[in-house]
Design a protein around this ligand. Structure first.
Ligand code: SF4
Ligand code: SF4
Length: 308
């Protein structure tokens, strides 16, 4: 995935100057606010951040999984993964290890995962959590397309974490790498340090920018991290100004639902589950000889596996 630049984010170039200065002002205000708060509140502020993180880490223990009809079973991989997800949720967070497996032989490059992810997370222009880069392979006439869906890899050794100056991003006990939008100051260090280009910055753009009215679908809340996040034009409220990336749909997992990209994959190529459950489908697939991970030589230990 190419790292997008502000000028590639908006189709409406006459607004670029205004957008860039808006964002600059958002970031400046955030930094000033953070600096002043830290100086004024001292250890109390740090304690508040800590408590907030604790709440983010624990609240799926309190969230009740959604109820499905008892006879809801079609014998498919999706149903197996859903049942396994519910079983994994009964374990303490520290005993789960969420992983994703993507079968490149099944992926047809339809981009439905990208679209459902954009919709689930109400993503603005320039922010994409799960692109599907396409590559030509072979030589004429024996050629083929290779599709490589690329969400955040939720690395076990994530280079994006130690570079964050305000500890707004961290790896949870279950392996999901999260960002606290209320702490993030939008410095974008993490974007630069991610070897998979999995993070993008929310510059506060809207698809309807420059039109008479921003449509309501752009200002409806998204539910990342199980909170309501509402983006409004002309405001600087998070997640505007923050780094953003795939969350493995943590807000859905907590209530017993699979990530959006898994449920909408037309090729049935995306699998998700708890690697620590020895009988899970993902555990079985990762035992395959076809398994590989991207840029393994970097030692990042991604939680996304590919069947090649
Ligand atoms: Fe961090 Fe990038 Fe790894 Fe995701 S893929 S955990 S953003 S380093
Ligand atoms: Fe941390 Fe990234 Fe936000 Fe900077 S942009 S504060 S590194 S999460």
């Amino acid at each position: 995935m190419e790292k997008s630049t502000p000028s590639s984010r908006s189709p409406n170039s006459k607004n670029e100057g205004g957008l860039a200065s808006e964002l600059k002002s958002v970031n400046l205000k955030r930094r000033t606010f953070l600096k002043n708060s830290l100086m004024a509140a001292g250890s109390l502020g740090a304690l508040n951040c800590f408590l907030e993180r604790d709440a983010l880490a624990d609240d799926e223990q309190k969230a009740a999984p959604l109820q499905f009809p008892k006879n809801f079973s079609d014998g498919s991989s999706l149903e197996r993964m859903r049942v396994e997800l519910l079983q994994a949720l009964k374990k303490p967070v520290s005993e789960r290890k969420w992983v994703m497996v993507i079968d490149q032989k099944k992926c047809v490059g339809c981009d439905s995962c990208t679209v459902s992810c954009n919709s689930e997370n109400n993503l603005p222009p320039g922010v994409v959590y799960r692109p599907v880069p396409k590559q030509e392979a072979g030589t004429f006439p024996n050629m083929a397309w290779i599709f490589t869906p690329k969400p955040c890899m939720h690395c076990d050794q994530p280079p994006c974490v130690p570079v964050c100056p305000v500890k707004a991003t961290w790896k949870r006990e279950d392996g999901i790498v999260v960002i606290d939008y209320d702490i993030c100051i939008g410095c974008r260090n993490c974007l630069a340090s991610c070897p998979y280009n999995a993070r993008t910055a929310d510059f506060g753009d809207f698809f309807g920018r420059g039109t008479p009215e921003i449509m309501s679908y752009e200002t409806r809340p998204n539910y990342e991290y199980s909170k309501d996040w509402v983006r409004k034009p002309g405001t600087e409220k998070s997640p505007i100004g923050n780094a953003r990336k795939c969350t493995f749909c943590l807000h859905r997992i907590r209530v017993g639902m699979l990530p959006a990209c898994v449920t909408t994959c037309l090729g049935g190529a995306t699998y998700f589950g708890d690697y620590n459950s020895k009988h899970s489908l993902v555990h079985e697939l990762i035992g395959s000889a076809r398994v590989k991970r991207l840029k393994e030589e970097l030692g990042t230990q991604p939680s996304v596996y590919y069947l090649v």
